[in-house]
Design a protein around this ligand. Structure first.
Ligand code: RB5
Length: 141
């Protein structure tokens, strides 16, 4: 898959950890910034990642800010996005199985690298279950 990744300054360090994890799992990373620890505005990077998915340039996205909260609020404003903030493995799995989440939001000031690796790996490998869950997703337009 092609995975768009975006972050703000609060997520920059964790992005540096996540990019090689995604690549080692066999995916192509499209890194849409930011590229330093300098203060930036997370909605700008959520917009870039959501556009990459909406235009079909990437299949899924990962957004990282300090808490994951701002990125998930920003990403879920786009109709084609189902963004899930996951900081442990159960919600990472369920966000794919039940919600077909196409964006994963992480908090760079919350997750350590080992847990981030676990969450990202589960999120990338878990398939959507479909069935009644598809019906519910369709209800949201
Ligand atoms: C930036 O300081 C911080 O507010 C941002 O990274 C994020 O946590 C917002 O939800």
């Amino acid at each position: 898959m092609k995975i768009a990744i975006g972050c703000d300054h609060g997520g920059f360090d964790l992005k540096q950890v996540i990019v090689p994890i995604v690549e080692q799992a066999g995916h192509t990373v499209v890194d849409l910034g930011c590229h330093t620890n300098e203060s930036v505005d997370y909605p700008d990077f959520a917009a870039l990642v959501c556009a990459a998915i909406g235009e079909g340039r990437c299949q899924r996205g990962i957004l990282i800010c300090g808490t994951g909260i701002g990125m998930s609020i920003a990403a879920n404003r786009y109709r084609h996005i189902r963004a899930a903030m996951c900081h442990e493995s159960f919600t990472a799995r369920m966000s794919r199985e039940h919600n077909d989440a196409n964006v994963l939001c992480l908090g760079g000031r919350i997750l350590g690298s080992a847990l981030a690796q676990e969450v990202v790996t589960i999120w990338l490998t878990t398939e959507f279950a479909g069935g009644r869950h598809l019906r519910r997703i369709k209800m949201m337009g």
